[in-house]
Design a protein around this ligand. Structure first.
Ligand code: 5GP
Ligand code: ZN
Length: 114
C-alpha cells in the first residue's frame, strides 16, 4: 500500500472530515487548521508536487480551482476573501507529497506570507 497519507484518506484507510468528493478530487478539513476555514482540495490521482504536472493535468488543475471556489461559497468566505495555496518542496514548506490546494479563509491574512 502507498505510504502517502492523502492516498490513505482517499481510500478510507485513515479517517478525515471529507467535505467533498467527485470523480477527480476530494476535499477534507485540515487536521491543524491555520484559519477558521482551512480545507485541502486534493486530486484523486497521486501527483507528488506541482513539478510533476503535465499538460495532461490541465483540466484537473482547473477543476481543483473551481472546486475550491465552490467550497469557499459554501463556507461563506467567498466574499470576505480567502487564499488558495499549493506549496512546492522545502522552501515553501511542503510536508505531504501528494499535491493539495489549501483553502484558507475566515480571517485577514498578511501579504507577503512569511
Ligand atoms: P503542506 O505543508 O504539504 O502544504 O500541507 C500539508 C497539510 O496537510 C498541513 O496543513 C497538515 O496540517 C495537513 N495534514 C497532514 N496530515 C494530515 C492528516 O492526516 N489529516 C488531515 N486532515 N490533514 C493532514
Ligand atoms: Zn498520495
Amino acid at each position: 500500500m502507498s505510504d502517502c497519507i492523502f492516498c490513505k484518506i482517499r481510500d478510507g484507510h485513515v479517517p478525515a472530515k471529507v467535505v467533498h468528493r467527485d470523480d477527480q478530487c476530494f476535499a477534507i478539513e485540515d487536521i491543524n487548521p491555520q484559519a477558521p476555514s482551512h480545507l485541502l482540495v486534493i486530486p484523486t490521482e497521486h501527483i507528488p508536487t506541482v513539478n510533476d504536472l503535465t499538460v495532461d493535468h490541465r483540466e484537473l488543475v482547473g477543476h481543483l480551482y473551481l472546486t475550491a471556489s465552490k467550497l469557499a461559497r459554501e463556507r461563506g468566505v467567498a466574499d470576505s476573501g480567502y487564499r488558495l495555496v499549493m506549496n512546492t518542496h522545502r522552501n515553501a514548506g511542503q510536508t505531504v507529497f501528494h499535491i493539495h490546494l489549501h483553502l484558507l479563509g475566515g480571517r485577514p491574512m498578511e501579504w507577503p506570507p512569511g
